[in-house]
Design a protein around this ligand. Sequence first.
Ligand SMILES: C[S@@+](CC[C@H](N)C(=O)[O-])C[C@H]1O[C@@H](n2cnc3c(N)ncnc32)[C@H](O)[C@@H]1O
Length: 270
Amino acid sequence: MGGNIRDKVKEFYGEIASKVEQNADCSCCSGSSCCAPISSTALPLYDADSIANLPHEAISASLGCANPLAIADLREGETVLDLGCGGGIDVLAASKYVGQSGKVYGLDMTDEMLELANRNRERMGATNVEFLKGYIEEIPLGDAAVDVVMSNCVINLCTDKKKVLEEAYRVLKPGGRLAIADIVSVKEVPTRIRQAARMWMSCIAGALDVGEYEQILVNAGFRDIEIQPVVYYTRQTLEQLLDSKPEHISESDLRMADGAFASAWVKAVK
Ligand SMILES: C[S@@+](CC[C@H](N)C(=O)[O-])C[C@H]1O[C@@H](n2cnc3c(N)ncnc32)[C@H](O)[C@@H]1O
């Protein structure tokens, strides 16, 4: 995929954030315009407890692919960092578990998302939350600063996944936990699917193969690594994401891609 992917991703999610503000029901998330496999499947993955007391606008802005809190095992007093926090759903949910003695940072590169997240923080009245502007490839926190790094459907969007996971390792305290929801590929994927810009923006084409993900985590220094697929995406889901099928993507590409991607939980320890 040509061009500067990061700028395209920023523009894409900036537009989504603006739509969320204009329409609290977030119709942008119910069709094919964002990490949509998700919206139809992931919101039920948030148990009622996780999203209780969250502003409606934060819940409806969810663009994740699973619930990272389900594997984060957050405790009172912990410091947490959410990579690519978007409208803040996971940050605000985490703030309830770490309590007043804890702190949750949300990091995102997109101004419109950060504005939305800050408005959601105000709506909830959360005082143990801070949203930071920056790239997850260059986390603006010191070494060993947090107990937990979580992320929801973001790392697949980055071209330098190795750098992101090395940075996650750097900012974690020794014994700190990685709790990620992400999209992975579980079998061979046609190159033409990997090259479709639309598929990249929708969190699909940049998905790492499970084995590659594991190797990057090992190389970064992580131990106790577990990668567990949660929901497999069908050909129909991929077709919805493409809006209209680009000519260069063939029938056989789509057949091969059926079930090749899944949302997954990724756990590891520093
Ligand atoms: C699919 S959305 C997920 C948002 C949120 N985690 C959720 O579950 O609703 C991806 C988010 O990651 C942000 N993002 C993507 N690449 C990034 C990067 N390299 N650095 C910082 N933020 C990034 C985008 O701005 C967007 O808000």
